[in-house]
Design a protein around this ligand. Structure first.
Ligand SMILES: [Zn+2]
Length: 287
């Protein structure tokens, strides 16, 4: 991706290098942070709460202990890259909203973090992976995740893999602005687990479709191999791929994000059409 020397978004909060950790208050009980879905990287981030990803046990209070450290040159470069990608999403989605009479595109904020973090959706550790919190309209990006994606999940890596994941999380912001996420959460409360999972899959695939729309509009900055990087990342985070790697078998009813094939398919549909009206993942998944 051609990203150097371009506009950077001013909507980035960089909290890396601030080693805040949850610590028990003097004499209190110990805070246990249980990572329920340690391997389900994008899991649970579609609902209103982060609760499925991280749960706190006990009623102890946490205290933020902050220690500052200087970011490395590589970390600084990543910060510039992330701000540039976020800037691109602002430009692209402002245009798409305008062209489709969807009203004004409200910019989300992006928080770069490492270690422990308190969000509008509860507490998160870096193990949660990147996620979007609808309650505060912020994307929380743990950049370590991208090393994991490559080293543990076998994705190709590359800058556009990171842009894809970012654009997917922005996709959840779009769904929140358009009211889709709220409708899905409502429907999920009224149905059984299997149907609720299907709704989650449709929502996630639509976020992949929106990531494809972003790539379509951002084409002037793409380089050869970028789309392959995005597809490789989409493939690596398919539910079937993750289940095969972590539990050895595949249980389709438990899918919450869609298979590798579906994720790649919907990303490509967005990329090829550039047409937001063609992103009805719901009628396909629910039928
Ligand atoms: Zn997602």
């Amino acid at each position: 991706m051609k990203w150097q020397g371009r506009r950077q978004s001013s909507n980035v909060e960089d909290r890396r290098g601030q080693g805040s950790r949850g610590k028990a208050v003097t004499g209190g009980s110990i805070v246990v942070v249980l990572i329920v879905l340690a391997l389900n990287f994008f899991g649970g981030e579609t609902g209103q709460q982060l609760a499925p990803i991280v749960e706190q046990i006990g009623n102890s209070q946490t205290m933020q202990q902050t220690e500052q450290r200087e970011l490395t040159p590589r970390e600084k470069e990543m910060g510039v890259f992330m701000a540039t990608v976020l800037g691109d999403t602002e430009d692209v989605w402002s245009q798409v909203f305008r062209e489709n009479n969807l009203g004004e595109y409200k910019y989300p904020k992006m928080v770069l973090f490492s270690n422990f973090l308190t969000t509008g959706c509860g507490n998160a550790t870096a193990d949660a992976g990147p996620f979007y919190c609808p309650a505060d309209h912020k994307l929380y990006m743990d950049l370590e995740f991208f090393n994991e994606l490559k080293n543990r999940f076998g994705a190709k890596g590359g800058d556009f893999a990171i842009a894809y994941v970012t654009a997917h999380e922005i996709g959840h912001h779009i769904q929140t602005l358009l009211g889709t996420s709220q409708k899905v959460t409502q429907l999920q409360r009224q149905t059984n687990k299997i149907e609720a999972n299907k709704l989650s899959v449709a929502l996630e695939l639509q976020a992949d479709f929106y990531a494809g729309i972003f790539a379509h509009y951002d084409q002037k900055y793409l380089e050869e191999g970028d789309i392959e990087e995005a597809l490789s990342a989409a493939k690596a985070v398919g539910d079937d791929a993750i289940q095969r790697r972590t539990q050895g078998n595949v249980i389709p009813d438990s899918f919450t994000h869609g298979t590798s094939e579906e994720r790649m398919k919907w990303f490509m549909k967005g990329f090829k059409t550039g047409d937001i009206r063609q992103g009805d993942t719901f009628s396909e998944i629910l039928n």
